[in-house]
Design a protein around this ligand. Structure first.
Ligand code: SAH
Ligand code: SF4
Ligand code: F3S
Length: 435
């Protein structure tokens, strides 16, 4: 063992942050920084550096940073050399303000400046960096080497030009940028060589990918050894016909569609600046289902957007009933500084809470029904790890359900056929079908 320094990293927020954290860890590894490099530790007390990769999407998410920083104070007092870094969307939104509020913070780095992190640590670069540089961080971050199991995220698009009235992402992640297809394909091949079988392409609006998203999916499908392709998050207004078609004819493209709608009321959709109606959204889902009848659809909802009436809320419940979701995230509206909706009159908190509860109850029932309907069916499962019981493997089905399989011969990374025998609250159980 070397005596490399230790890095503790905590990731909040979306999958893009998970991906970015992995890339930051690699850029700080001894292989890329020599003697100054860091290896990851899970024990915060052992750390020489703590990096918090933050999320600004809702107030609760960003306040979490400050409570976590407060808890780090005793550690920093005991270990004055400990470096504390703040990355991610709060770093971008608040910049130097973080250091003013929390002087124990040494580094603040926004999502577009991660490639400069090693130089920051070497004292060669400013210690608050929230630039949107012209250079592409992905080109400058070291090649990915490490992988964790048979699944991986791969960011292909970042940023957002949509400016929904409630959302901070266009400000924290910047304008839409797409990575050239050859770089994405090279990264994907590298992941497959390291044992990855299931890749989820990521982007704030992944289907706004500028160089043809469906083309990219088809090119990835040609990589031998790659067995599954997923993507998220897609936006209803960026949908290409060929992506819908690919769900019907590209076997590696999984039957799963995360297509957030936020509300079922046209009035609210307009006030949110979503630029589509509920009927257009339902028609789009219909086209996906025509191409791939068993596609599992998921979404995001906001309860209590400013100006939302009870009739608007009922329209959201109607839309949920009309779609029949396999899963969905729902959130109480949270006013975010600098966004247009933050200026508007809020729905009373208790009303928003009650609406959120209704949405969640309906969605939970649909989720359970979708999962229960898998019982008796044969599905593919990619083993991700051993289960808690001896001889048990755990993996994900094509529809992203967690499945427990009794299979003492099973190996991580294997894709097997399973007959589903039972459904419990959060997972399915099944029996491997020997071929
Ligand atoms: N690009 C994706 C969503 C990214 S943010 C899309 O357009 O759908 C993830 C989710 O957080 C959003 O879909 C929305 O449901 C929720 N969200 C964003 N801002 C919010 C806010 N101010 N209050 C509550 N929920 C919010
Ligand atoms: Fe936010 Fe809207 Fe962009 Fe999604 S599309 S990231 S909700 S501004
Ligand atoms: Fe949060 Fe930034 Fe993702 S605000 S949801 S971490 S893009």
């Amino acid at each position: 063992m070397t005596d490399a320094k230790k890095l503790f990293i905590k990731t909040y927020g979306c999958q893009m942050n998970v991906y970015d954290s992995e890339r930051m860890v690699e850029s700080l590894a001894p292989a890329n920084m020599g003697g100054e490099g860091y290896v990851v530790t899970d024990v915060i007390e052992d750390a020489d550096m703590v990096l918090l990769n933050t999320c600004h999407i809702r107030e609760k998410a960003s306040e979490k940073l400050y409570s976590d920083l407060g808890r780090l104070r005793p550690l920093k007092n005991a270990k004055p050399d400990l470096k504390i870094g703040v990355a991610g969307c709060v770093a971008q939104a608040e910049g130097d303000e973080i250091k003013r509020r929390m002087p124990l913070v040494d580094l603040v780095v926004g999502p577009q400046a991660y490639h400069r992190l090693p130089d920051m640590l070497r004292g060669l670069s400013k210690t608050t960096d929230t630039d949107f540089p012209v250079e592409d961080k992905f080109d400058l971050l070291p090649q990915r080497r490490a992988t964790r199991g048979p699944t991986a995220f791969l960011t292909v698009q970042e940023g957002c030009d949509k400016f929904c009235a409630f959302c901070v992402v266009p400000y924290t992640r910047g304008a839409e940028v797409s990575r050239p297809a050859d770089r994405v394909l090279t990264e994907a091949r590298g992941l497959v060589e390291r044992g990855v079988r299931d890749i989820t392409l990521l982007g704030q609006n992944v289907n706004a990918y500028r160089f043809g998203f469906a083309r990219l999916v088809r090119d990835l499908a040609a990589i031998e050894g790659l067995q599954r392709i997923r993507y998220m998050t897609s936006h209803p207004n960026d949908m290409e016909d060929d992506l819908i078609a690919a769900h019907g004819d590209c076997a590696k493209l999984m039957p799963y569609l995360h297509l957030p709608v936020q509300s079922g009321s046209d009035r609210v959709l307009k006030a949110m600046n979503r630029k589509h109606t509920a009927a257009e959204y339902l028609a789009l889902i219909g086209r996906f289902r025509a191409a791939r009848p068993d596609i599992l659809v998921t979404s995001d909802f906001i309860a209590g957007f400013p100006g939302e009436t009870d009739a608007d809320h009922q329209a959201t419940l109607d839309l949920i009933r009309a779609v029949g979701y396999g899963m969905a995230y729902s959130f109480k509206y949270s006013p975010r500084p600098g966004t247009p909706a933050a200026e508007r009159l809020e729905v009373p908190g208790a009303v928003a809470d009650a609406r959120l509860h209704e949405i969640q109850t309906l969605i939970t029932a649909q989720q359970r029904a979708t999962q229960d309907a898998m019982v008796g069916r044969e599905v593919s499962v990619l083993y991700e790890k051993a289960g808690r019981m001896p001889g048990q493997m755990v993996g994900k089905s094509d529809h992203l359900h967690a499945v427990h399989v009794d299979d003492s011969q099973g190996k991580v990374g294997e894709l097997v056929r399973v007959k589903i025998s039972a459904s419990s609250s959060n997972s399915l159980a099944g029996v491997r079908i020997s071929l």
